[in-house]
Design a protein around this ligand. Structure first.
Ligand code: NAP
Length: 292
């Protein structure tokens, strides 16, 4: 069984990005600049944005965090902040950390981002381009998973890939990428969701399972065929009094019993999560180079 070490791979990719940023700076080029809008003080969001800012520092990017602690900020206010970032020529790409407070329409905010700066790849223009196989910003988690498959030489062509989850940010784009014509695609894909019947019968046919449903330890050994590749996207905070913070991150896969059956598997933490952050850096580098 191969442990698909996302942390190690992310560190390697960050070193590669840093080299490229150093080269840009040495030749007098502009430092890539990622900005983020964060509203409120949700613990998870603060942690994620913190990781992104830290990663920018590690690779030599400039980063700007626009943190509005007051959750009563209006939709118009956030739309105006997006407009300013769209117009700021020093900012190559930016993200709006989700979730936003309920009174702000997240779809409207995403639609207002200039697609050329949409390094989260959530804008319909980028989703559409990705679907057509055109150069696009691919949303960070699916992009990170394709990098894991690529760097670990996981064969995907002709394989049956079962994606559990159909969210706009993980399951659906992942299913599109896996069925696309690329060196990490060409799979035959089945997308499952909460209304899927006989899920176990389907997962047992899978050569590759991508679990992205947010239900801790949902995928058990009896649902996985011998030799399958399992990618665990789930990250749920589960209360644990023995842990330093009082909680522990749990994936969607019952790792201890599933891992022995797999040819390769990602751990949680240290699998998909670190690759998500690196993918955002890769997208920002593309933005700085005007590649999309
Ligand atoms: P989401 O928007 O809640 O979507 C969950 C999907 O799972 C939905 O499509 C849902 O079906 C499906 N689902 C729920 N229960 C199911 C069941 N019993 N059987 C089959 N399908 C079921 O979640 P998300 O944003 O995609 O995130 C999924 C997980 O990945 C979460 O744990 C999240 O924290 C994690 N995540 C991790 C990263 C990372 O960097 N590691 C990034 C993003 C997300 P319906 O559509 O029918 O409701």
């Amino acid at each position: 069984m191969v442990l698909l070490d996302g942390k190690k791979l992310a560190d390697e990719l960050k070193a590669e990005i840093k080299k490229q940023v150093d080269a840009i700076k040495e030749t007098g080029g502009k430092t890539p600049h990622l900005a983020a809008i964060l509203v409120g003080n949700d613990g998870g969001s603060l942690t994620y944005v913190g990781h992104k800012v830290k990663a920018c520092e590690q690779v030599g990017f400039k980063s700007t965090l626009l943190h509005f602690q007051d959750t009563s900020v209006t939709e118009d206010f956030i739309l105006n902040e997006v407009k300013k970032l769209n117009e700021n020529s020093d900012v190559d790409g930016f993200i709006v950390q989700l979730p936003l407070p309920k009174h702000i329409n997240a779809d409207k905010v995403i639609m207002s981002i200039n697609p050329k700066k949409d390094v989260d790849g959530f804008h319909p223009v980028n989703v559409g381009k990705m679907t057509l196989g055109l150069p696009a910003y691919i949303s960070a988690t699916p992009y990170g998973i394709t990098k894991i498959l690529e760097r670990y030489n996981i064969e995907t062509a002709g394989k049956h890939c079962v994606v559990i989850g159909r969210s706009n940010i993980v399951g659906r784009p992942m299913s599109i990428l896996m069925s696309g014509q690329s060196n990490t695609g060409n799979a035959t894909v089945t997308v499952c969701h909460s209304r899927t019947k006989n899920l176990k019968e389907i997962t047992l046919q899978a050569d590759i399972i991508i679990a992205a449903l947010g239900k801790p330890e949902f995928l058990t050994a009896d649902m996985v065929k011998e030799g399958a590749v399992v990618i665990d996207v789930g990250t749920t905070r589960v209360t644990d009094s023995t842990a330093k913070n009082g909680w522990r991150l749990k994936g969607d896969v019952k790792f201890n019993e599933v891992a022995p059956k797999c040819s390769a598997i990602t751990p949680v933490p240290g699998g998909v999560g670190p690759m998500t952050v690196v993918s955002l850096l890769l997208n920002t580098l593309k933005a700085a180079r005007h590649e999309v």
